[in-house]
Design a protein around this ligand. Structure first.
Ligand code: HEM
Length: 484
């Protein structure tokens, strides 16, 4: 009888605590305690979430364990929240596993004053090193020459492309690249790979943090991996401190150390509320790697697959590159305006590749009214990018690979407003310009020098692995040099 009483008590308490209040967006019925965790197909969560919008509307709610989540779907709803009402939707929710490891430092996971300062600093430093005096363009082109040498037939582009793109972030933050065979580099790349794989335990940890903190399991490995990554960056920071010269700031870490130094000098005179310190530096560096490596390399891996799936499109891209750039010089970002078809293909790869399918989570920082619903402060928001990049109301043929989405009748490049793979509003990806430069230079260089095809007898398969990023399953590909 006592057991029955406890069960009834828990279920009643759960019902009272978790019922949808009047005005809250509708959604699928939830089970007690676990909520809607089992409503979704976890192998294709982004598609499950998009399908639910067909039943419950563009703004609907679900409960993940004890946490309410509102999913925004379609271009109109997503941009109304992130852009028009951006002030109310720009914070990140607390994610217990990440909070325990990263303590809300850096850019991606921080909020308020810390986020503003760190984001502003990262943006201006990226601008300086990416596009200012120390442009990354020649370094990207040089990196291509290294990767081109690595290609043998047939090959798995996963590791090679990851190394290539990670080296661009290394140049930006550490001021140097690594040889692909370097043991330290290989170790760091393996850690990054592992750090984005463990997803299910993140869900469990976030649903039941107190319990999971004490239990062994993959989440403990996840913590160890990230601590090792921090140590790796810590060693680089130590090295930079020894060689630091304020008259020759070489990279992101040097600039950051300079900021810490200036703040220390200033705060001797006045009490400053600076958030710049070494722990935060380490987190900002990890943010740039975490957000800037996997995303860009995944896009390139989709690019190869789409080119072998649609050889006629590959041929047309190559013909355009041949006529505008030729073979005697490398591409430059200035060529983009003269390569509308190639530009359209890159954009279509990003749209169909759908690299960050559910965006990063946001949270309401006040009670808000959105499209007739009331969403209280503290509700997690998922601005579903899949539903925007495949929105039937915005794209002519949403489920077909069609560069025509980005070309007008005269064949000029046009960018529809619903193209938001980098999200929109205050949290807009801060590496967008760098990513666009890398994608353009790497893609045109590959197309200039190689023709991609599947190994004999193998058909291209566009299967993906769902995670924070949507990446193609590993595949082997052949790259035939176009000019010996
Ligand atoms: C955030 C996409 C490359 C740095 C984001 C977000 C998306 C995104 C969807 C979440 C925005 C939001 O919460 O509303 C992409 C894609 C990329 C890419 C598709 C490549 C194709 C990069 C690169 C860097 C970078 C190269 C830096 C080197 C960041 C950072 C944030 C972010 C730091 C967090 C911004 C904040 O919270 O204020 N990105 N990204 N990303 N991205 Fe990117």
């Amino acid at each position: 009888a006592l057991l029955l009483f406890i069960v009834v008590f828990i279920l009643t308490a759960d019902y009272i605590k978790n019922r949808r209040l009047t005005g809250f967006p509708p959604g699928p019925p939830a089970l007690p305690i676990v909520g809607n965790i089992f409503t979704l197909d976890h192998k294709r969560t982004h598609e499950s979430m998009t399908e639910l919008a067909g039943r419950y509307g563009d703004v609907y709610s679900m409960r993940m364990g004890q946490r309410w989540v509102v999913v925004l779907n379609g271009f109109e709803a997503v941009t109304q929240a992130l852009v028009t009402q951006g002030d109310s939707f720009s914070d990140r929710p607390s994610i217990p596993l990440y909070d325990d490891i990263f303590h809300g430092l850096g850019v991606i996971l921080s909020n308020g004053h810390m986020w503003k300062q760190q984001r502003r600093f990262a943006l201006s430093t990226l601008k300086y090193f990416g596009f200012g005096k120390k442009s990354l363009e020649p370094m990207i082109l040089e990196e291509f020459t290294y990767v081109a040498k690595e290609i043998s037939k047939p090959f798995n582009p996963h590791l090679i492309v990851n190394n290539t793109v990670a080296n661009i972030i290394c140049l930006l933050v550490f001021g140097h690249r690594f040889e692909y065979g370097d043991e330290q580099f290989k170790k760091m790349m393996k850690l990054f790979e592992q750090s984005i794989q463990i997803q299910v335990s993140v869900l469990l940890y976030n649903a039941f943090p107190q319990l999971m903190r004490c239990l062994p399991g993959p989440h403990q490995k996840f913590k160890r991996i990230n601590e090792e990554l921090k140590d790796f960056v810590r060693t680089e920071v130590k090295d930079h401190k020894q060689k630091w010269d304020p008259s020759d700031l070489r990279d992101f870490i040097d600039y950051y150390l300079n900021e810490i130094q200036m703040v220390t000098e200033k705060s001797l005179k006045s009490h400053d509320d600076s958030t710049f310190d070494e722990e935060c530096l380490i987190m900002s560096v990890l943010d740039l790697f975490g957000a800037g490596s996997e995303t860009t390399s995944t896009t390139l891996r989709w690019a190869f697959l789409f080119m072998v799936k649609y050889p006629e499109i590959q041929e047309r891209v190559q013909a355009e590159i041949d006529s505008v750039i030729g073979q005697s010089r490398p591409p430059s970002v200035d060529d983009r305006a003269d390569l509308p078809y190639t530009d359209a293909v890159i954009h279509e790869i990003q749209r169909m590749g759908n690299i960050v399918p559910l965006n990063l989570p946001h949270v309401t920082n006040r009670d808000v009214h959105l499209r007739g619903y009331t969403i209280p402060k503290g509700v997690t928001i998922i601005p579903n990018l899949t539903s925007v990049l495949f929105d039937k109301r915005e794209w002519k043929t949403p489920f077909t690979f069609n560069p025509g989405h980005f070309l007008n009748e005269e064949g000029k490049f046009v960018k529809p407003a619903a193209f938001i793979p980098f999200s929109a509003g205050k949290r807009l990806c801060l590496g967008e310009n760098l990513a666009r430069m890398e994608l353009f230079l790497f893609f045109t260089s590959f197309m200039q020098h190689f023709t991609f095809s599947m190994p004999p007898g193998v058909k291209p398969v566009l299967d993906y692995r769902f995670g924070i990023t949507l990446s193609p399953v590993h595949y082997e590909i052949c790259a035939k040099p176009r000019h010996e």
